[in-house]
Design a binder for this molecule. Structure first.
Ligand code: GAL
Length: 669
């Protein structure tokens, strides 16, 4: 992956929000700007959903409102993250061109009335959107307030997969480029199965709703196509902007639980700045740890460089079944966790809580209840802290372990007909990441095939789809002295979704020294005990060690007698294999053992798991972030200036319950 990185320049850590002034009157704007200054807000995203305000028909632009808002923000010294406004088409466009509306897999069109109602392949949509982008970039491309261009919004959040005829034709074009011949396509999709062989390109459709399960190769390629299609759309907007402006261009990614629409490894290199939106998902067992994972993955997309948290929430969202508020101090801890893990900017959705529209019950920096609130005080407190820690900006996170993550493996492993629908890709990834996180080991999250020389330990959770070349990068690295931990459901299929035969884990098999013969998944709640006394759930498998040492084995369940945890001495290094999903505490113990094999220790034993310790480094200076998620104060060894309170740590620092401390230290390595 190559990268552009024209980093957006900002003094210190940026603090900001989405701002939707079109929902309010100019008197309110004045109050907004005064309060933004009080809170220390210095970067606001505007015009994200601006299309209908700026354009009332073909060629009919009116920038009066935007001119006014930008001028006011500029006068107040607040920089602008300028939306191109194309995220949601206006009613005049969808009325004139209903063909731009997206089509669901069952062939029904989606109506306007929500947001992002457009087909990514529609040339009609694209040309209308690019006309708006051109007019906007022409007008503001050199405006001194504009710090960043914000293309569309969360591309692919709702409309990634469109099944209309225009998309079908674009899919066929994409397939012809990828495969060149029908024979190659038929081979890749295994169309010999169920009489699906194609004799003419025109016979090929997107994987629309079928009466039984769809062709998994076709589904996988449709994901790839859809990700590429939106990337080409992003590129088109970015090109129009770059022809008119020197200001860096980005869009907000959704590295977050559950949204798998885009392969961000293939997108990242085209962003000037990596920006992410993250929301705690209370449907997950441990949303706070998932936040750390998402932040580490976002840093991976930025190739270790600082990135921007474009959206998160002060309190509750409005789109989960139950929308929990944040506990006092939680928004602050969340924000500083992102900073600890590489963010050089913290922004919220949104500035002022809406009183109308779908998001009127979404939290905001300025809540419905106003400024005499705990929420507002925390927003102001956070602004003060971000000001005081400005020197952290530009430093880089220190990590000696990595976790491999792949959107392609996510797509392929969540196939409609799979061994168990009780386990998704993220369950496997989060479990492995959670075990390292509980030990206090900071990890980078990397793409398959990424260089690994910086690491002592690499964990490969459930990498269902992997190419032989990417697997070889991992096994070669281990043979040269690395410690590798591969977990079940890895190395199952190649990039054409074709099963590797000869024993599962395919290209990892020799390095791992195990041959897996048969999957033996379990129902939720079915007991699974290992010879060590550890317990596990949901997954077991029948197999045998070929050259590996069996460290733990299944004693009950359908795979009784088969290895559950193995270690293979592999060249100068070691390759571990975990064939089940242990409970969190047991997984942590296993991770501790494997990490020790790699010479990694993690957090000191007398510190609680609820203390997050992360280091950012610049030259000889370290910034040690100590984030205390627990109910008790914790004392941490540290020597240097503490930036949150402005005190000095002469050997230890006390981190009160729920608080964060950031100590400037001399780098230790
Ligand atoms: C994001 C989106 C914002 C807002 C927010 C609410 O997906 O970009 O516009 O809707 O979610 O959580």
């Amino acid at each position: 992956m190559t990268t552009r990185y024209r980093p957006f320049t900002h003094e210190g850590i940026a603090y900001g929000c989405d701002y939707n002034p079109e929902q309010w009157t100019p008197e309110v704007w004045d109050e907004d700007i005064a309060l933004m200054r009080e809170a220390g807000v210095d970067l606001v995203a505007i015009n994200i959903f601006g299309w209908a305000h700026v354009q009332s028909g073909p060629g009919e632009f009116d920038f009066t409102l935007l001119d006014d808002v930008i001028a006011r923000l500029h006068a107040a010294g607040i920089r602008v993250n300028l939306g191109t406004g194309t995220s949601s088409p206006p009613a005049w466009l969808t009325r004139a061109h209903p063909e731009v509306l997206p089509m669901a897999a069952d062939g029904t069109r989606r109506f306007p009335g929500g947001r992002q109602a457009w087909c990514p392949s529609s040339p009609v949509f694209r040309s209308a959107a690019l006309a708006l982008v051109a007019a906007t970039a022409e007008r503001y491309g050199a405006h001194p307030a504009v710090a960043l261009w914000h293309v569309s919004n969360e591309l692919g959040c709702h409309n990634a997969l469109c099944y209309c005829d225009v998309s079908a034709a674009a899919f066929r074009r994409w397939l012809r480029e990828r495969y060149e011949t029908l024979a190659a396509l038929n081979g890749a999709w295994g169309t010999a199965f169920w009489s699906q062989t194609y004799h003419d390109w025109e016979e090929i459709l997107p994987p629309r709703a079928t009466i039984s399960s769809r062709n998994p190769g076709q589904v996988l390629d449709f994901h790839r196509f859809s990700s590429d299609e939106l990337l080409s759309y992003y590129r088109a907007e970015a090109d129009v902007i770059r022809a008119r402006s020197e200001v860096p261009v980005t869009t907000n990614f959704m590295v977050t639980a559950h949204i798998d629409s885009l392969d961000y490894w293939s997108w990242a290199g085209e962003m000037d700045v990596i920006a992410n939106d993250h929301y705690l998902d209370h449907r997950l067992g441990d949303p706070t740890t998932e936040l750390s994972f998402a932040a580490d993955l976002t840093r991976g997309l930025a190739q270790g460089a600082p990135w921007l948290l474009m959206e998160h929430s002060v309190g509750a969202v409005n789109w989960q079944p139950l929308n929990k508020p944040k506990a006092p101090g939680e928004a602050l801890r969340n924000s500083l966790t992102h900073v600890a893990r590489g963010a050089d900017g913290v922004c919220f959705f949104q500035w002022r809580a809406s009183v109308q529209g779908s998001e009127k019950f979404h939290s905001a920096m300025l809540p419905h209840a106003g400024t005499d609130t705990a929420g507002w005080r925390e927003v102001v407190e956070l602004g003060g802290i971000l000001d005081r820690i400005g020197e952290v900006a530009g430093s880089r996170v220190v990590a000696e372990a990595a976790v491999v993550f792949s959107w392609e493996a996510w797509w392929a492993s969540q196939n409609e007909s799979r061994p168990s629908s009780h386990l998704g890709y993220l369950d496997k990834v989060h479990a492995a990441y959670g075990a390292l996180h509980a030990l206090g080991i900071t990890v980078d999250v990397v793409a398959p095939g990424a260089p690994l020389s910086d690491y002592r330990l690499v964990v490969v959770p459930g990498l269902h789809l992997v190419s032989p070349a990417d697997a070889a990068v991992l096994t070669d690295w281990a043979r040269d002295g690395g410690t590798l931990l591969v977990t079940f459901d890895s190395g199952i299929v190649d990039t054409a979704d074709r099963v590797y035969t000869g024993g599962y884990t395919g290209p990892f098999r020799e390095a791992l020294g195990v041959a897996v013969e048969e999957f033996a998944p379990l129902a939720p709640g079915e007991p699974l005990t290992l010879s060590s006394g550890r317990t596990a759930t949901l997954w077991s498998e029948r197999g045998r060690a070929t050259t590996a040492e069996v460290v733990d084995a299944f004693v009950d369940g359908p795979a009784a007698g088969s290895p559950a945890l193995t270690r293979n001495a592999w060249g100068e290094g070691a390759a571990w294999y975990l064939a089940t999903l242990p409970g969190a505490a047991d997984f942590r113990d296993i991770a501790r053992r494997v990490a020790a094999d790699a010479g990694l220790i993690g957090r000191a034993d007398d510190l609680p798991d609820s203390l997050d310790l992360v280091r950012r480094r610049r030259g000889a200076t370290d910034y040690l972030f100590a984030i205390n998620h627990g109910p008790d104060a914790v004392s941490v060894a540290a020597r240097g200036d503490e930036l949150v309170t402005g005190s000095t740590a002469g050997g230890t620092v006390t981190v009160p319950a729920g608080a964060v401390r950031i100590i400037r230290e001399e780098a230790t390595a």
